[in-house]
Ligand binder design. Structure first.
Ligand code: ADP
Ligand code: MG
Length: 259
């Protein structure tokens, strides 16, 4: 190892490919996300954005290339020059360090906001009930929902539910957060409150990959923007630069539709 801890990227994809049968969905994707960096991933529907996030989280297995999180191969162990598939338990442990927030909030409907946030750390016996409860309350306060801790999801707005989902992901103390179109299912007036929470998280130093069509957020918060189309990275760079001065025709065509 020549890399030091601080220079190891949080995410490193090297020529990552993924196929479903004969459909090659990711075609040699290479990118890096440094610690504390926010990367926005944009592109048309079907371009492979969700698949890429699912590979990082090892919900999917890649077919070629190398993918590592925090210097460790995703789903594999390396001993010398040999590479072994991880035991499912070990893979699950690796996945716990990565928080994921989806378009749909997927909260447990029969549990309160507080219970939703406490659930995973409770199952994993991460501390006493009192300690986990006070930590969960802190997280709800962080997403602006301390006063709603005993509400059930059905009695929260979509924006509030999504903020609970973010608090729930944070409860596992992730080193990386993946967001897959977290505001796409929300009424327009509720988008801002979720983006504000994500912005606060970015400012606190969290490493994040955000699939979004919110170009204002990308410009303001992201360190890097990657435009994907047809399973390839078409263009990437400084968000303001890419958004205001796209170099490739495909990027221009896409941006003319979403901006
Ligand atoms: P995006 O998130 O950019 O809209 P996806 O990653 O969801 O794109 O999908 C990319 C392509 O992969 C699409 O053609 C989709 O039909 C295909 N795909 C996604 N998931 C699966 C799956 N589980 N099985 C087969 N094909 C899939
Ligand atoms: Mg998607």
């Amino acid at each position: 190892m020549t890399e030091t801890l601080t220079t190891t990227p949080m995410v490193k994809a090297e020529a990552v490919s993924k196929s479903y049968g004969s459909n090659e969905v990711l075609k040699s994707i290479s990118l890096e996300v440094a610690r504390g960096e926010v990367l926005c991933l944009v592109g048309p529907s079907g371009s492979g954005k969700s698949t890429f996030l699912r590979c990082i989280n090892h919900l999917e297995t890649i077919n070629a290339g190398r993918l590592s999180v925090d210097g460790e191969l995703v789903g594999y162990r390396q001993h010398g020059d040999k590479i072994y598939e991880m035991h499912p338990k070990e893979a699950a442990k690796q996945r716990r360090d990565i928080g994921m927030v989806f378009q749909r909030f997927n909260l447990f409907p029969h549990k309160t906001a507080l219970e939703n946030v406490m659930m995973a750390p409770t199952l994993l016996k991460k501390g006493s009930k009192a300690a986990l409860q006070s930590r969960a309350m802190e997280l709800l306060a962080r997403v602006g929902l301390a006063d709603r801790h005993d509400y059930y999801p059905a009695h929260l707005s979509g924006g509030q539910q999504q903020r609970v989902a973010i608090a729930r992901a944070l409860a596992m103390d992730p080193k990386l957060m993946l967001f897959d179109e977290p505001t796409s299912a929300l009424d327009p007036e509720l988008v801002g409150e979720v983006l504000d929470v994500m912005k606060g998280l970015a400012e606190s130093g969290m490493t994040m990959i955000v699939v979004t069509h919110e170009m204002g957020f990308a410009k303001q918060v992201a360190d890097k923007l990657v435009f994907m189309d047809g399973g390839v990275v078409v263009e990437s760079g400084d968000p303001v630069e890419v958004l205001t001065n796209p170099q490739r025709e495909r990027t221009k065509a896409f941006l003319s539709k979403v901006l």
